[in-house]
Design a protein around this ligand. Sequence first.
Ligand code: UD2
Ligand code: MN
Length: 467
Amino acid sequence: MRRIRANAILILTVAWILGTFYYLWQDSKPSSSSSSSSSGSQLKNHGRLEERTLPLIVSTSNKSTFDEKAFLSSKQLKAGEDPYREHAFNLQESDRLGSDRTIRDTRHYRCASMTFDPDLPPTSIIITFHNEARSTLLRTIKSVLMRSPPHLIQEIILVDDFSSDPEDCRLLSQIPKVRCLRNERREGLIRSRVRGASAASASILTFLDSHCEVNTDWLQPMILRVKEDHTRVVSPIIDVISLDNFAYLAASADLRGGFDWSLHFKWEQIPIEQKMARNDPTQPIRTPVIAGGIFVMDKGWFNHLGQYDTHMDIWGGENFELSFRVWMCGGSLEILPCSRVGHVFRKRHPYDFPEGNALTYIKNSRRAAEVWMDEYKQYYYAARPSAQGKAFGSIADRLALRRKLKCNSFRWYLENVYPELKIPEQEAAYSLLKQGGLCLESHGTDSLGLAECKTTPSIPASQVCDK
Ligand code: UD2
Ligand code: MN
């Protein structure tokens, strides 16, 4: 009898010890929900375990609480101040909105019924900023946290490009999942993004400007396309946030990125044949170039392709350089109509360029043209004569990169990706001199003759002599 009781006590003791170990092991195990601590909805949606893990997250994350009210109110516009002066948008309106306003879901209705792979990989969001308004920057961050599945946001990396007030960076780091790296001197958005990308711990990078608002289910379509094929670089449709009243306005879903020979970016209509062939409005749109600020890219692919040209300064040109490189070196660029992100488009730069705005833009564009455009760079110089003779530094390392990656020629890019870009020589070759009903025709320099005039709509009016 005594032996039976002793055995029972022994069994109970062992069970108790095992139970205690199991309990402790459960507590110290890294929980997948720890990465989603910022979202209140997580707590509402899940059971007791989630709630129990919350105090642990708070104690290990070492973050003091972010005081949103204090953050916003200490930097608001003073009475009588011009609301456009500092940021080139109406700061008063931005401040008035609060950090978590609702916005209209601007997607095509068919996007709402799309389902996503439940196994998508998480991404690191990278946002560089230089003297951004607190209210727009905070809305960018909060829209990401509010409108993304928490498990897809590994972290938000802010890169403070030497803004005047270091407090912005310090205070925003108190928000769960947000890290902020501050540059010790002004680097410009290109080197800042490279710094952010290098610090990223997720395998997928997502870049955003510092005055955006992401819309419903913006992230899943982009991560899915990159997961399926890591050489795709994808952008959302960029909706417009009015710089005057901050209204959120839907952008057209029929546009892609294009440019002219002066390397001026423009939105253009999808070519008619492609438009006719599109019977599903949720399908991606191939684009020759991206606007530059908002895109998702595999980190390994970003590194493999040479990140960015870090000799480019401050702003501009990097979107061409990246776009040419992606297409010419084996990748592709697309716009996903079921992903929408709003952006405040401004009419002027609200910040200074230490070397001057024009010189900086020319330097960056020249670097893109010299490395990637081969003999076609002559059209860039013809369209922008002021670029000739301006300094652009050494491009030896970028040319070496192009050789190493065995990239296609710019001619290949024009023929396969952007055949709609007219080559100036082809247009100039058909200039006319008209007399009565007869025209003197030239085809290049070697043949001239009088013939009945034909209509040639592609000839710019300035090239037609009608005397
Ligand atoms: C567009 C792109 C932008 C960039 C640029 C060309 C979109 C929505 N925006 O201009 O991302 O590709 O074309 O270069 O496609 N910034 C710094 N340091 C600086 C200057 C700017 O961190 O020295 C930040 C700035 O705070 C902002 C981002 O870089 O978050 C882009 O600058 P922008 O908003 O002035 O450029 P944007 O939208 O006119
Ligand atoms: Mn911007």
